[in-house]
Design a protein around this ligand. Structure first.
Ligand SMILES: [Zn+2]
Length: 899
């Protein structure tokens, strides 16, 4: 490996040698050999500089190494433009030429550079893989370059309006660049995977490596600097000798020669499936020209003319700068979603080429000038169109920028390389020394979709694989492919049976997962009920959609259920029950489940990760329960771990006490009974419905409240009740006592369960006061809607909410006090009393979290806050920082090293 790398390094170094030797000997050959040797030198120099920049990433951030690369690669442009503005200070004739080279080169970088990155990445993906998407996805790292590109572009729009570049402009633009470099220095340093000669350089001792990288930057910078001019000149000569006009050569060939290093570097990175590095290199080069180079023009002009004065811009230059700014604006709008599609790349290239070829097509100079402004208009219009198209992605961009700045201020070491590329690169036979890491594939920055991939040694294990439940895009997001290779995941550890933790397991298996799914016995049994119910709903949804499309005469072949009953059953077969505290090993790592006290069978996962030096203990809380919840035990206390992944759903909030909710419940029952009405309780089928029965049983059996009929109108809740009755070993002391006293803590006089639809309908004929518990919990479907339809208009009835109501659901509308609501397509007035009890929550509130944390004897080295909305995550971070703990709020698909 080393031999091959050394050989390629020496070969490339030799490429640069002929011209360097000739240059020092002062020999300038004929145009053809000169073009050849200088092109070789530029190509070699560009490769050397990309290796240097890559190896530099071991020591500094990617953004910084790319910025240094850009600074070195942009040298030829500096040489030309500074020469021209120096001359302009002496001879006004040159003023008209000053910015020509820079604007031309700048547009070439975007028009050819950006599109080339997209094409080459796509082509390279196609070579090595089955999954060549037509969209090139970039890491969030690009956000920093994007920010400064957008700012400097916005500022540069002022220049054509003012008609000159003042020294103040020079100050502002240099400040942009200096700030960019400063932030780039602090940007997150990546765990880089190096290949080829870059790896060879990086593998040397730190001091030697740094020295070598600096030397390489200097040498290749020098080579590029001395080669650009002879290449452009010799090509011009060659063109002349075969009858091509000089003007054409200057327009086309000169910028191509001076931008060649950047284009070569970007192509090299794109072919290596590093599109983010490729684009960062191009953006850095562009940014450099767009800020520092422009800034240097009035300064050099002032010095040369011995007078402090702005550089005047002619008509041509104004429209040139406007056109360049217009193209930059359009390029920025493309990047908003961190993707470049092939279509966008083609558009960029076509626009650039057609604008460039205008002088060839239109002979009249005046028309060419007009066409330039027309192109500016086209670019601006496209930007507006793109902005409208991308408006939904704007908040994503804002988050990425926010994260980038957070990283910069917190200086954490992290890695967000797109796994797809990383995997492909790994598959291509590189040596990849894996340190324990975690990838947050779900419930990062949001509540639902819990899913985290832990990789240690050769083993990868998934913690949860949940459904995304909120948000308009949930249907699309749930169907998106996993951001990791499911076939390489050895096992999944499931914390509990809620759908937002287990709901995508069947899809995991569809994606090639072949391992086992570990969970407590109660979780296995409850998850079976949850998954089968979910499959049935998926199938009904799909059938309904097909029916509707058929009726409308539209194509329905694309409609499929998210997963079917059969697929759910295949998933259930993989379940393997594990007892609390039982040690299990999967590949290189071992784990234990601890009681999380959230719902029956819920668990925290304690993972022991192997490593060369010391082992690392990772604790994932799953959903953490509260103290004194009915039936189940309190969350188990933990004294230590190295890495803590902590849920934060109710951080910063306090649930009402147990006593108050009992009082409210009693009051609601008595109030409704007196009026002869019914209490309608929308309830989740797992845990909440059983909690209600348990509490009602306690009230009735103890004589606190006179019993009244209670209907459990939810087949799923009835099924789950059987699991609760089977697992008495999981009860807390109080439930055990009641078990001893009454035999069945859920039984009481007047309890009726209704499984069939006919039984459910018969409840409507029931005239007496009663309680009806039905699903689903947020009234978006299920039998509860029938009961609401019959009772919501009755002022003697009460609708009692005992769970969280998400935005946009029928339940939320009622809780929010809407006067009339739509049920099954008809409008109903809300006359019934509406009451809400929040204390039934299964999640720890701020006090519970604080109580649980206080059992730690030492602070974890690192804590990640997940499973919460923005405010809750921030509250948890604050809570932890009060204890002096380090807390990170990872973004979706972030990868963090754990050592
Ligand atoms: Zn849960």
């Amino acid at each position: 490996m080393h031999v091959r790398n050394t050989v390629s390094f020496i070969c490339v170094l030799l490429l640069t040698m002929p011209w360097v030797c000739l240059y020092f000997l002062g020999i300038r050959p004929q145009p053809l050999p000169l073009a050849l040797v200088s092109a070789m030198a530029i190509g070699g120099g560009a490769l050397l500089i990309s290796w240097a920049a890559e190896a530099a990433e071991v020591d500094v951030s990617r953004s910084l190494s790319m910025a240094i690369l850009a600074l070195v690669a942009v040298m030829p442009e500096y040489a030309v433009d500074i020469y021209l503005s120096w001359q302009a200070g002496k001879d006004q004739h040159y003023v008209g030429l000053v910015s020509a080279n820079m604007t031309g080169g700048n547009r070439l970088l975007v028009g050819i550079g950006w599109s080339l990155v997209a094409f080459l990445t796509w082509w390279s993906l196609k070579q090595g893989s089955r999954r060549a998407t037509k969209t090139v996805t970039l890491d969030k790292d690009i956000a920093l370059g994007f920010l400064f590109l957008a700012c400097s572009t916005a500022y540069s729009l002022l220049l054509p309006i003012k008609g000159r570049i003042t020294l103040f402009d020079a100050l502002v633009l240099s400040c942009f660049y200096i700030t960019y470099i400063c932030l780039a220095t602090k940007a997150p340093r990546r765990d880089v995977e190096l290949f080829g000669p870059a790896q060879l350089i990086a593998s040397t001792k730190p001091l030697l490596r740094r020295l070598f990288v600096i030397l390489l930057f200097a040498y290749s910078g020098f080579v590029i600097f001395i080669s650009a001019e002879p290449l452009a000149e010799s090509l011009k000569e060659l063109g002349k000798s075969i009858g091509i006009g000089e003007f054409f050569m200057i327009q086309w060939i000169a910028p191509l020669a001076s931008e060649a290093p950047e284009i070569i570097v970007a192509s090299y990175f794109a072919l290596r499936l590093l599109p983010t590095s490729a684009l960062t290199a191009v953006i850095s080069a562009k940014l450099n020209q767009w800020t520092l180079l422009i800034a240097s023009l009035p300064i050099v002009y002032s010095i040369s003319s011995h007078m402090l004065q702005p550089l005047p811009l002619g008509e041509l230059q104004r429209s040139e700068i406007l056109l360049t700014a217009a193209q930059s604006t359009f390029a920025c709008t493309i990047l908003i979603d961190f993707n470049i599609s092939l279509h966008e790349a083609v558009l960029l290239l076509l626009l650039f080429l057609s604008q460039l070829s205008m002088p060839l097509i239109i002979p009249a100079q005046k028309l060419v000038e007009l066409s330039r402004d027309a192109f500016s208009l086209i670019y601006f219009s496209l930007s507006v169109w793109m902005l409208l198209k991308q408006r939904n992605n704007l908040h994503q961009l804002r988050i990425a920028l926010g994260e980038m700045l957070t990283y910069i201020t917190s200086r954490e070491v992290s890695k967000t390389a797109t796994e797809q590329f990383a995997t492909l690169r790994r598959e291509r036979g590189s040596e990849f020394d894996e340190k324990p890491s975690i990838k947050f594939c779900g419930a990062a920055g949001e509540v639902t979709g819990s899913c985290h991939l832990v990789v240690a040694g050769k083993t990868s294990v998934l913690l949860d694989c949940g459904l995304i439940q909120g948000g308009k895009e949930r249907h699309i997001r749930n169907r998106e492919p996993f951001t990791f290779d499911a076939s390489r995941v050895e096992a999944c550890i499931l914390t509990h049976a809620h759908l937002d933790h287990c709901g995508r397991l069947p899809l995991l298996i569809k994606s090639g997962f072949k391992g086992r799914i570990f969970a407590t016995r109660a979780t296995c049994e409850l998850a079976r009920i949850v998954l089968l119910d979910s499959a049935k709903l998926n199938e009904e949804d799909a059938a309904w959609k097909i029916k509707r499309l058929k009726k409308a005469g539209e194509d329905y072949s694309w409609v499929t259920p998210l997963f079917t009953t059969e697929e759910a059953l295949m998933c259930i077969e993989r379940f393997e029950p594990v007892d609390y505290h039982e040690e299990k090993s999967v590949g290189d790592l071992t784990f234990r489940l601890l009681d999380a006290g959230h719902i029956l069978g819920s668990a925290m996962v304690e993972l022991q990760l192997p490593s060369n030096s010391e082992s690392v203990m990772l604790l994932f809380t799953g959903d953490l329960g509260r103290r004194n919840a009915p039936i189940i035990r309190d969350p188990e206390l933990v004294s230590e771990c190295d890495v803590l992944i902590m849920e934060s759903t109710y951080a910063g909030q306090i649930h009402g006490g147990k006593e108050t909710y009992m009082q409210t419940l009693v009051e609601v029952i008595e109030w409704t009974r007196e009026r002869g009405g019914k209490v309608i309780i929308p309830s989740f089928a797992i845990e909440r419905a059983q909690d209600l029965l348990y509490v009602l049983g306690k009230l009735f059996n103890s004589g606190t409240v006179k019993p009244l009929p209670v209907f459990v109108d939810s087949p799923m809740a009835i099924e789950a009740l059987k699991v609760f009755k089977r697992h008495v070993e999981l009860y807390d002391d109080e439930a055990r006592l009641r078990l001893k006293q009454y035999g069945d803590p859920f039984a009481f006089e007047g309890l009726r369960t209704t499984s069939t639809v006919d039984e459910s309908k018969s409840i409507n004929q029931f005239e007496e006061p009663c309680i009806i518990i039905a699903g689903n919990g947020m009234c978006t479907g299920g039998r509860i809607k029938h009961h609401l339809k019959h009772n919501i208009g009755n002022p003697n009835c009460t609708i009692l909410f005992v769970g969280y109501q998400a935005n946009g659901t029928l339940g939320r509308q009622i809780v929010d006090g809407e006067r009339s609501v739509r049920i099954f397509g008809e409008q109903y007035e809300v006359r019934a009393r509406v009451v809400k009890i929040e204390a039934f929550s299964g999640h720890a509130d701020n006090d519970d979290i604080d109580w649980w944390l206080s059992s730690f004897e030492r602070a974890p080295k690192l804590t990640f806050a997940v499973h919460g909305e923005k405010n809750a995550l921030a509250s948890l971070k604050q809570l932890l920082s009060l204890r002096g703990w380090k807390c990170i709020i990872p973004a979706l698909n972030d990868v963090w090293r754990l050592l």
